[in-house]
Unconditional design. Structure first.
Length: 230
């Protein structure tokens, strides 16, 4: 049985409430358009690794009207920690509700793992307010529900509430900005054949897809500053 990097989103009140996910974006949790979003690391990293992480997360930058600015250790709005116990990220501006000493984006996947960069891309998508594509109402994934529960219980150590909210449930409390379903999205969970009924599977996506780019532009549209000149 293949082990995938388990990627989650984390809410600021996670201790009292399970994580909830929805495809594809919460428009009320997006950062202010045309703003500067700061990020920082929570620990000292080798220069090469720090540069690599920055290079990966900046792959989102051409498709959003945001500026990513690195600031001093632990001072960013998005605070990145490697060597975590799991992979997770706050959802967009919910990062602002986290304790200032707490990371808002955590990576467990080892930098030497071939899926490290894809996992980081995925989690930074959550940090921008983007959500899991497998929860899109048009996904129509033929889940073998019992197989899904068995896998995440045994391999990820999730309880039933986490499985329900991370794999199957939708969160209607926030405002949804939804594009077309995209099985190639970096925000899509891999769907191995043994978790489905029939011959259905989706591979682990490794890069930002064309529809990811479209959603990012839709969520953070370009601003024509010339039109604002009086």
């Amino acid at each position: 049985m293949h082990r995938y990097p388990f990627v989650k989103m984390r809410r600021s009140n996670f201790a009292s409430e399970p994580r909830r996910k929805r495809s594809i974006a919460y428009s009320n949790l997006l950062w202010d358009n045309a703003s500067t979003v700061t990020f920082s690391f929570m620990e000292d990293l080798p220069d090469e690794l720090e540069y690599r992480v920055e290079r990966v997360i900046r792959q989102w930058e051409p498709f959003v009207s945001l500026t990513f600015e690195q600031v001093e250790q632990g001072q960013g709005q998005i605070r990145i920690a490697l060597n975590g116990s799991e992979n997770y990220s706050a959802i967009g501006t919910e990062a602002l509700e986290f304790d200032p000493d707490e990371p808002t984006l955590v990576i467990q996947t080892n930098p030497q793992d071939p899926l490290f960069e894809a996992t980081l891309l995925h989690e930074f998508g959550h940090a921008l307010g983007f959500h899991h594509a497998h929860l899109h109402p048009d996904a129509n994934i033929p889940w073998d529900i019992q197989a899904v529960y068995n896998y995440y219980r045994e391999t990820a150590g999730w309880n039933d509430a986490e499985i329900e909210l991370n794999i199957f449930s939708l969160d209607s409390r926030n405002i949804i900005s939804q594009g077309e379903y995209d099985r190639l999205s970096i925000m899509h969970y891999p769907v191995p054949n043994f978790m489905t009924r029939g011959n259905f599977e989706i591979a682990f996506n490794l890069k930002i897809s064309e529809r990811d780019k479209c959603l990012a532009r839709q969520s953070y549209p370009a601003i024509d500053y010339r039109a604002q000149v009086i």
